[in-house]
Design a protein around this ligand. Structure first.
Ligand code: SF4
Length: 111
């Protein structure tokens, strides 16, 4: 009888363990749980890089010539959320929420 596992046996056991863990997670419903999201801080390095403003009204068009009145996270293609929500998901700032009235240099119109 062999005492140690072959590499193939170890890999099979690893795959089974991963499948079992995924099944347990799915059964517990934790895969559907919404992760805790926090508002994006304007001082976050990525926010600074994209000149994120929590309030688009504070954007100085002299500093950001691409900004136009009416642009905000709520009208941006990168945002996701329901109408009327104060905070939205932004696919550029994963794990954070952006202000519906916010704005950054990556703003793009919804199709
Ligand atoms: Fe707001 Fe769009 Fe910039 Fe995201 S990419 S922070 S939704 S303006």
């Amino acid at each position: 009888m062999r005492e140690s596992l072959s590499r193939r046996d170890a890999l099979k056991e690893f795959v089974l363990l991963i499948a079992a863990a995924a099944a347990l997670r799915a059964a517990s419903g934790s895969e559907r749980a919404t992760p805790m999201l926090v508002p994006l801080s304007p001082s976050d390095p990525n926010a600074v890089f994209l000149a994120y403003h929590e309030d688009a009204k504070t954007v100085d068009p002299n500093d950001f010539p691409t900004y136009q009145l009416g642009q905000s996270c709520s009208t941006c293609v990168h945002a996701d959320g329901d109408d009327g929500q104060s905070w939205l998901y932004c696919n550029l700032f994963r794990g954070k929420l952006v202000a519906a009235n916010g704005w950054c240099k990556a703003w793009a119109t919804k199709p």
